[in-house]
Design a protein around this ligand. Sequence first.
Ligand code: TYM
Length: 357
Amino acid sequence: MIVTGIQPTGTPHIGNYLGAIKPLIALQAEDEDTYAFVADYHAITADFDPKALRSNSIGVAALLVASGFDTSRGRVFFQSDIPEHLELAHILGCTAARVGQLNRMTTFREKMDAATEKESGETPSLGLYSYPVLQAADILAYQDDKGKPTRVPVGSDQSQHLNFAIDVAQSFNHRFGQTFIIPEPVISCTPRIMSLFDASKKMSKSDPDDMNRINLTDDADRIRKKFRKATSDSLYIPLTVEEIGDRAELRNLLTIYGAFAELTFEESLDTFAGKGFGPLKAALTDVVVEKLEPIQTRYRELIVDPLFGHSLRMGAMAAGILAAETTARVRETIGLSDSAPAALEERFNLVVPNYDK
Ligand code: TYM
């Protein structure tokens, strides 16, 4: 089984595509059981606009499918259609997650530090603090019935969250007996894609300046303009990887070129060695426009297709059955009320196994 999520905090960009969407689609070819969800519960942990949340959520789902996610082999759904993610998060938060660990999470600490620096700054939400627990629940809700670990394709920025999910699963099992199969992170081999202006920051959906990223929906003119304005220097592109040194912007553009042109980093460097940024930016624009064009055509069809909405509901139904089964088992394990299976029966018109036998 494969499970991953993308937050609808904006439009997915080429970092999300290279770090998560492309690897997810490649993995899906080897596994029938793939669940990709729009992490809308996560997107409300920071400031958000309800209308934008809704349209971004549909956009993320459509871009996943337009990028090649096969809905006949896997499921795409909205996280908030499956409230079991929240129930499981609460249970894990009480039984297996410790504040000592949450205090060390870099995403929360960065936001907390930023708020403390601004005198009038509001501190982050409680939801942002417990975000990793919800992410652990997102993953652990989906258990393979043959006992195989769930693989979770993500970009390298998510390593800390995935290690936390592993710790939570181990600590729950330790306390209550074998319940969760330990998940397996699949970290993308493409390095983190960085901002076009400041390559010390990652390319991000929530960056207020749109020029820092290439959105999957950007048209050719906008892509050209963004690459043209991307930070560069006046030096030549060197012959060897070592000589790139701390030229982080150059490293980032060569990484993006290589990933889209299906070349290794060294081959990407060889293509431009001895030239300036001009030819690199021109070739980068061409290859990104060429690769995004079919995705954008499909995306425009999907967002007006009623069958697409139907496939999301079917996805939620299939995912909901699995998540509800896991949650019912966990409730039973820890001694909560056992009427959940009856409610399950009503919700999905299912015959639910009796775990007492
Ligand atoms: P999110 O929405 O920030 O990013 C979605 C996916 O894209 C990857 N990614 C990147 N990869 C390379 N370069 C970048 N600049 C870049 N920015 C983002 C992320 O690693 C991620 O794989 N917490 C998650 C969403 C989530 C999730 C989950 C993921 C919620 N529950 C359960 C896996 C399993 C997040 O904020 O991703």
